[in-house]
Design a protein around this ligand. Sequence first.
Ligand code: 5RP
Length: 240
Amino acid sequence: MSDETLSPQDIAKRAAGVAAIDRYVTSGMKLGLGSGSTSHWMVRTLGEQVRAGLDVVGVPTSTDTAEVARQAGVPLADLDELGELDLTLDGADEIDRQLRMIKGGGACLLWEKIVATASRRMVALVDDKKLVDRLGAFPLPVEVVRFGWRATQRQIERLLAAHGLERAEITIRGGPTTPLLTDSGNIILDCRLGAIADPDGLTVGLNTIPGVVENGLFCGIADAALIGYPDGTARELGSA
Ligand code: 5RP
């Protein structure tokens, strides 16, 4: 894709996705392959390197990424065939300076968290607009089972109120009649929170609610972030 057809944010995403391969990937690695447009730049670049002789195997974090990887010629395997992965490279919707993230804008948060936590290292690939002082402007996705989802939503509202987030607005992604279903067949509740004072406490609390499968807060998971800029450069935050 030529630069004329890309927005400055897309150029920044491409910068992070492309630079990640050169910076972190070596032959023989077992890789977690993230989801979303930034990750797909990374997967396509990985495919070019595989065609040039790089020997890696990837575990996709969504059916979409599996398709992109197949088209790019990246060998894929099942997570349970590979055991622990060397590295996961994945995007994020927001990231703070402690490398805590909101993920799940593409509804892939469950597989993304399973794959990231099955990896020795995780590096977030983001454009510069994703770096925030405080998480929460991006609606927090919470994956819940369809059975009794309104009861689960009420429990989430109670927990949010206990975290000082009583004005949170929760919507079911896709709407109640045609809800979006995740790759695991669950639904997503998007929680508009504004600002999250205690992401570490909130992620633990959410995951204790029956009906909640996983939430989009990723705390203590990323080792570093590679931040892309509209001038085509990428810089590391943290250390992988
Ligand atoms: C999908 C994700 C993505 O990594 C996140 O939404 C970022 O996507 P993009 O790179 O397109 O901005 O968490 O569930």
